[in-house]
Design a protein around this ligand. Structure first.
Ligand SMILES: [Mg+2]
Length: 235
């Protein structure tokens, strides 16, 4: 990982006019761990749908996540579920762990051009999370899993759909993400790529296939502090 830079070079970002952000664990840090609640809700959904005990339900949930990119994609493919019901259940969480972050809002506002949220979650979830952070007003649009026809990142068709809908010129765009694999396509499209890493990286247990590999040349930058990184771009 030595090649990956932590401090933005001005020249890399001076022509960027479209700023694309993942939501979860990107616009708020990993340690907030909203996902623990979502994860629990998804397990509950699978458990009730298929009459499985929680341990078996969790195993199946993770297998679908691994094989299809999201638990939802696996449930739709194998069990024909109503995605809306699943998404509502998954995101029925308590957002109070997200505190207003005006400095982050200022840093996003200061970026020249348009700002987008590109999430495998829903618009409702993104609005609640970004609303709790007090940064929602700075975004031009939210592209969610429904807009993506339930095909999650990192599928290239989903990025294509997002880029063409918003006429994003990828040569002048940057992508911020916490999952390395979701930066492969953006880099191939010519975007600047920034990986958000947990501040307590060593303690964080990730699934092995989510981790960085040696073939990480699609990641330009890595940072644990989005606000500081954005402020540095505009310094
Ligand atoms: Mg994320």
């Amino acid at each position: 990982m030595t090649r990956i830079k932590n401090t933005p070079a001005k020249s890399d970002f001076e022509t960027v006019r479209d700023w694309v952000f993942d939501l979860d664990n990107t616009l708020y840090p990993h340690h907030v761990d909203l996902f623990a609640q979502i994860d629990k809700n998804m397990t509950g959904f699978v458990s009730e749908l298929l009459q499985l005990d929680p341990v078996e339900a969790k195993k199946l949930q993770k297998r679908y996540y691994h094989d299809h990119g999201t638990t939802l994609a696996g449930l739709m493919l194998h069990h024909g579920i109503d995605p809306q019901a699943f998404l509502e259940r998954a995101h029925a969480i308590d957002y109070s762990a997200l505190l207003p972050h005006p400095e982050l809002g200022e840093a996003i506002k200061a970026l020249p051009g348009r700002k987008f949220i590109l999430t495998n979650g829903t618009v409702a979830h993104a609005e609640k999370a970004a609303g709790a952070l007090g940064i929602l007003e700075h975004f031009d649009d939210i592209f969610d899993i429904v807009a993506a026809d339930y095909t999650p990142k990192p599928a290239s068709s989903t990025y294509d759909k997002f880029m063409s809908l918003n006429r994003v010129d990828t040569a002048h765009a940057a992508m911020f993400e916490d999952l390395p694999r979701n930066l492969v396509v953006p880099k191939a499209l010519g975007m600047r790529t920034v990986l958000l890493v947990p501040r307590n990286l060593e303690e964080v247990v990730t699934e092995s296939w989510e981790r960085l590999t040696d073939e990480d040349d699609y990641i330009d930058y890595a940072t644990a502090d989005l606000r500081a990184f954005l402020a540095e771009i505009m310094a």
